[in-house]
Design a protein around this ligand. Structure first.
Ligand code: ARG
Length: 123
């Protein structure tokens, strides 16, 4: 694959740009572009390889098939390495680990709302 990438001068990356802040779209003078942490990572990889980055945006569910059928050279899409997925594709080392989900409350309420459960019936 690396040979093919270098020969074509393009790294084709599949992503599902619906997952901010990792991959999403932004419009800049009427043009849609792909942005996010993963997109930056893809840019860096393409730059290291000395090739142009081509992003193919698709539904998250299409990504693995696209990779397996060679429609894309790699996938960068906040994809968690699950045992099932590991059977068909090779994951890189983990570069981002979500450490949890947060909610924020006003400081004065901090003892009142200490967990998701404590929010029950408050809305
Ligand atoms: N980490 C989750 C998974 O692997 C969700 C990733 C969703 N990513 C996306 N670009 N929509 O299933």
């Amino acid at each position: 694959v690396l040979k093919k990438i270098k020969k074509s001068g393009e790294l084709v990356v599949g992503t599902s740009a619906d997952y901010p802040p990792l991959e999403f779209t932004a419009s800049e003078n009427g043009k849609t572009k792909y942005v996010g942490v993963d997109i930056e990572l893809a840019k860096d990889i393409a730059q290291d390889l000395g090739v142009k980055l081509v992003i193919k945006n698709m539904s998250f569910d299409s990504l693995l098939v696209a990779l397996e059928t060679g429609k894309v050279d790699m996938v960068i899409s906040a994809m968690t390495p699950t045992p099932e997925r590991k059977q068909s594709v090779a994951f890189s080392k983990i570069y981002y680990k979500p450490s949890g989900e947060y909610f924020l409350v006003n400081k004065k309420d901090k003892d009142k709302y200490t967990s998701i459960q404590s929010l029950k019936g408050q809305a």
